[in-house]
Design a protein around this ligand. Structure first.
Ligand code: 4AZ
Length: 227
């Protein structure tokens, strides 16, 4: 997160760290005791079931909470690694999480938030695009939703690469960055987006781009039953 503030896990108890061969590489969100929502691109090679672990219940990247193995994972069948369309996937944990003050599920939004809505992003990703490193402690930043049509308009630099299942969010000098992918965009207490991509991080004319959870919710509801 660029321009972020350190936070406790109690304030983001749905946030998890995805770890590959012992190192954090993506974020995720708890939607039930054994299901994590993340970005499809986090499940691309070299991620495998045997090198993947999920840390829940800690705001520290390298310790605390619980570290669980993953029994199964599924990326959206319509995900395209080049366009990042449908960049969403689910993990089924090998054992169920015990909910408490540091571990809780978040509800998925069923309606796309309005342009201008307040929203927050969180993660252990890089704190600047060039030269930054991943954060040892969970960071969050407050941003504002940029609707898909506004995000694809000439106000910003992306044009038609912002596709129907995407939504954007922006705030001056605050953004998600590498290593935050898969993590949550939260508005009104609901999961409204999955951190997906962007042109560098916190560039003025390039909002962060997210998988739009309201558009992909039906897929997640089905996938969590079959993963
Ligand atoms: C990434 O590489 C990444 N500024 C994620 C989000 C954004 C940029 C890059 C958004 O994982």
């Amino acid at each position: 997160i660029v321009g972020g503030t350190a936070t406790s896990i109690e304030d983001h108890p749905w946030q998890v760290s995805l770890q590959r061969s012992g190192a954090h590489f993506c974020g995720g969100s708890i939607i039930s005791s054994n299901i994590i929502v993340t970005a499809a691109h986090c499940l691309d090679s070299p991620t495998t079931l045997s090198n993947l672990r999920v840390r829940a219940g800690s705001n520290k990247r390298t310790y605390g909470g619980v570290l669980l193995q993953v029994a199964a994972m599924k990326a959206h069948e319509g995900y395209n690694y080049q366009t990042k369309v449908n960049d969403i996937g689910v993990l089924r944990l090998q054992s169920s999480l015990t909910f408490g003050s540091t571990i809780k599920a978040i509800a998925m939004a069923s309606a796309t938030p309005a342009h201008g809505s307040a929203a927050s992003i969180s993660g252990w990703g890089k704190t600047s695009y060039s030269g930054g490193s991943s954060s040892a402690t969970l960071l969050y930043a407050n941003t504002k939703i940029v609707g898909r049509s506004q995000c694809a308009s000439s106000t910003y630099g992306y044009g038609s690469s912002v596709m129907a299942t995407m939504i954007c969010a922006a705030a001056a000098n605050k953004d998600a960055c590498q290593g935050d992918s898969g993590g949550p965009l939260v508005s009104g207490g609901q999961l409204v987006g999955v951190i997906s991509w962007g042109q560098e991080c916190a560039l003025a004319n390039y909002p962060g781009v997210f998988a739009n959870v309201a558009e992909l919710r039906d897929w997640v509801l089905q996938a969590q039953k079959t993963v």
